[in-house]
Design a protein around this ligand. Structure first.
Ligand SMILES: Nc1ncnc2c1ncn2[C@@H]1O[C@H](COP(=O)(O)OP(=O)(O)OP(=O)(O)O)[C@@H](O)[C@H]1O
Ligand SMILES: [Mg+2]
Length: 197
C-alpha cells in the first residue's frame, strides 16, 4: 500500500506495453499477470472491466477527457456508471482535492492543459483505486505545470493509499519514487530501491 514505483527506459523498450498489460487493457501472449493477488489473464472481459473500474486508475500523457462533458461530469459519470449513489458529491470532492473547485462546470476546451490533467487525475482517483498508473503524465505540459501535477499526483495517491506506477523519461522524477524499474528491449533489466533519506 502506498508504494511508489517508476518505470524508466529508452523509447520502445516496452513501458507503455507493460502498463497496458497491468491495466488489463492488453492481453499477454505468454505469462501471467496478478493484480491484488488475482490472475487477470484468465478473466473474462466483464471481470476485467470490473477489476479495472474498482482497482485501477490511469492517467495518460494526453488527457482523454470527454469534450462534451463538464469537468464535474467527466469525473462523476464514471462513478455513476459504477453504481455510486453519491457520484456528483464525490466528483466535486475529488475535483476540490486537485484544486479545481472553481472549475466544475467548465468544459475541457475551456481549461488549460494543467487543469485538464487535474481533471483526469481526479477522475482516476475518485473511485479510490488500489493502483494509479501514469504514462508520462506531464509529457504535454510545461515544466512548472508538470511539476505541480506531479506533486499533486504523489500527494493524492498517498492520501488514498494507492500505489503509484509512474512512467517517465525524467530521471529526477523517477528518483522521487521509492522503487525504480529499468526496462530495455521488453525486459526489466534493473530493479532498484532508493535508500530512505
Ligand atoms: N499494438 C502493438 N502491436 C505491436 N507492436 C507494438 C504495439 N504497441 C507497441 N508495440 C511495439 O512494442 C515496443 C514497445 O513499445 P512501447 O510503446 O511499450 O514502448 P515505450 O517504452 O512506452 O516507449 P516510449 O518511451 O516511446 O513511449 C515497440 O517496439 C513498439 O513498436
Ligand atoms: Mg510509452
Amino acid at each position: 500500500m502506498g508504494e511508489t514505483v517508476s518505470l524508466v527506459g529508452p523509447s520502445g523498450s516496452g513501458k507503455t506495453s507493460l502498463l497496458l498489460l497491468i491495466a488489463g487493457l492488453e492481453q499477454p501472449t505468454i505469462g501471467r499477470i496478478a493484480l491484488s493477488g488475482r490472475d487477470i489473464t484468465t478473466m473474462s472481459e466483464d471481470e476485467l472491466a470490473l477489476l479495472r473500474r474498482d482497482q485501477v486508475g490511469i492517467v495518460f500523457q494526453s488527457f482523454h477527457l470527454i469534450p462534451t462533458m463538464s469537468a464535474l461530469e467527466n469525473v462523476a459519470v464514471p462513478l455513476e456508471l459504477a453504481g455510486a449513489a453519491d457520484a456528483f458529491e464525490r466528483a466535486e470532492a475529488a475535483l476540490g482535492a486537485v484544486g479545481l473547485a472553481r472549475r466544475l462546470s467548465h468544459y475541457p476546451s475551456q481549461l488549460s492543459g494543467g487543469e485538464q490533467q487535474r481533471v483526469a487525475l481526479a477522475r482516476a482517483l475518485a473511485p479510490r483505486p488500489k493502483i494509479l498508473l501514469a504514462d508520462e503524465p506531464t509529457g504535454n505540459l510545461d515544466l512548472d505545470t508538470g511539476a505541480r501535477i506531479i506533486d499533486l499526483m504523489f500527494e493524492r495517491a498517498h492520501a488514498i493509499g494507492a500505489t503509484l506506477l509512474l512512467i517517465t523519461h525524467d530521471p529526477s522524477l523517477a528518483g522521487r519514487c521509492r522503487r525504480q524499474l529499468h526496462m530495455a528491449d521488453g525486459h526489466i533489466v534493473r530493479d532498484s530501491a532508493r535508500v530512505a533519506a
